[in-house]
Design a protein around this ligand. Structure first.
Ligand code: PLP
Length: 435
């Protein structure tokens, strides 16, 4: 299931000397092409996990659509763009497939609203048990907790390793004694109605063994909702085979803000209700009848449709997706991962900052824990103000597992080893305790 992967990545350039040892970052040609497709940056942008840089074409198509709305009428402009919008959903289905088409994908405002729509629609009778992880995204967990309190659900922590990755071994042998104190239950999947977790979390550069968990969920008859907000566009998602997905435009897909999506496998979707019934998600039947009958959902994932939206954002996302799928996805992934590995080697130990994950972790997310007496949020601000380097401070509470703030750097395929070198230098200067 890797139609875009080439066998031999080009390993010929972008050689730079990190603080220790030589690191080679592959696919310099893709990096150059993606940089050339973007406006000249006003900052050193190492923040794809918050909001990546869209291409000039993406911004142009987005703003052209706004002009077209003004010229011919917003709904006419949307009708004119119907094929483009369907094409975007088809490309999302390709990235999430196999077995999914445009008809299985519905646009949302964001991954969070997509998750809320899915969860509202998901059939979870009172007493249902839902498997979660300590790395769950805070907003998703707040929703899960609210639904649990309302409907008497039980949230069960899946067994994880010290970095928050689901421990397949303990998942398979639920009765084995818990080897790691304080990391939650010892449970397997039996008795769960639903499992949900982020493929890659926001606060740590790890990748969950999603395909392995999905296979076990399928075998156990448990639904899996996979949050791909931090993974789609940077690591392979196709082939995982979850029951449903949620994601967002502005992160690794390099689309505009204000767009997201959810997708549901066609053999699953008919079990879902209309999440938030509206004229966009349910039949307007018998609106005058008393007592009012329960809402009947529209077919397929339309039962989670939201109606009013920034259509221009979806148009921009369509362009960004076309650009991504024109690339060799394996090469994109190789370059992003290599940039992050390079960054971890260059940054670990600088001014006492330490990695939040393993140095070779296969994701573009790099996290750094500050030395004692240093405030990650203040350092992030100093990096921006003093050195014009954009990273993110991740506050405690982003996920239950994060108990103290960390600094997150996230290079995309257009980033360069030189920019990572600039970050290492700036961290050495601005990342120390105030004298
Ligand atoms: C950013 C993020 C979300 C939420 O995405 P929005 O588009 O901001 O709603 C969900 N899950 C993870 C893991 C994220 O990093």
């Amino acid at each position: 299931m890797e139609p875009h992967r080439r066998t031999t990545p080009a390993l010929d350039a972008d050689r730079t000397r990190a603080s220790r040892g030589r690191t080679v970052v592959p696919e310099p040609e893709i990096g150059r092409r993606w940089r050339a497709a973007r406006a000249r940056a006003g900052v050193v942008h190492l923040d794809a996990a918050a909001a990546a840089r869209p291409s000039i074409a993406t911004v142009t198509d987005q703003t052209d659509h706004l002009r077209r709305e003004n010229l011919v009428g917003a709904y006419i402009a949307e009708m004119e763009a119907a094929e483009v919008l369907t094409g975007a959903r088809a490309r999302l289905a390709t990235l999430l497939g196999p077995g999914l088409t445009a008809d299985d994908v519905v646009f949302q405002h964001s991954a969070s609203t997509g998750f809320a729509a899915l969860l509202a629609a998901w059939p979870l009778p009172p007493g249902s048990r839902v498997g979660v992880v300590p790395g769950e995204y805070g907003s998703n967990l707040l929703l899960l907790a609210a639904r649990a309190a309302r409907d008497g659900l039980e949230l069960i922590e899946l067994p994880v390793d010290p970095l928050g990755r689901i421990d397949l071994d303990r998942l398979d042998r639920p009765d084995r004694p818990d080897r790691t104190a304080g990391t939650g239950g010892t449970g397997g999947l039996e008795g769960l109605a639903l499992v949900t977790f982020p493929h890659i979390p926001s606060q740590r550069g790890v990748v969950q063994p999603a395909a392995e968990v999905a296979a076990r969920c399928a075998a156990a008859g448990v639904d899996l909702i996979l949050d791909v907000a931090q993974s789609l566009g940077q690591v392979e998602v196709a082939g995982i085979g979850a029951a449903a997905y949620v994601g967002t435009s502005r992160k690794w897909l390099c689309g505009p803000r204000g767009a997201g999506f959810s997708a549901v496998r066609p053999d699953v979707v008919d079990r879902l209700g209309p999440g938030a019934p509206s004229l966009h998600s349910a039949h307007p039947h018998d609106l005058g009848a008393r007592p009012a009958p329960p809402a009947r959902p529209l077919p397929g994932p339309s039962r989670m449709a939201i109606g009013e939206a920034a259509v221009a954002s979806r148009i921009g996302l369509a362009t960004a997706l076309a650009e991504l799928l024109a690339e060799d996805l394996g090469a994109v992934q190789d370059r992003i991962t290599a940039l992050a590995r390079h960054a971890r080697r260059a940054l670990d130990g600088v001014a006492g900052w330490r990695l939040g994950e393993e140095a070779d972790s296969p994701t573009g997310i790099v996290t750094l824990r500050p030395p004692p007496g240093v405030d990650a949020t203040a350092v992030c601000r100093a990096l921006y103000v003093e050195a014009r380097i954009l990273t993110s401070p991740i506050p405690a509470g982003r996920a239950p597992e994060l108990t103290a703030p960390v600094l997150r750097a996230s290079p995309h395929v257009y980033s360069s080893p030189a920019e990572i070198g600039q970050l290492a230098e700036a961290l050495d200067r601005w990342g120390r305790p105030a004298p």
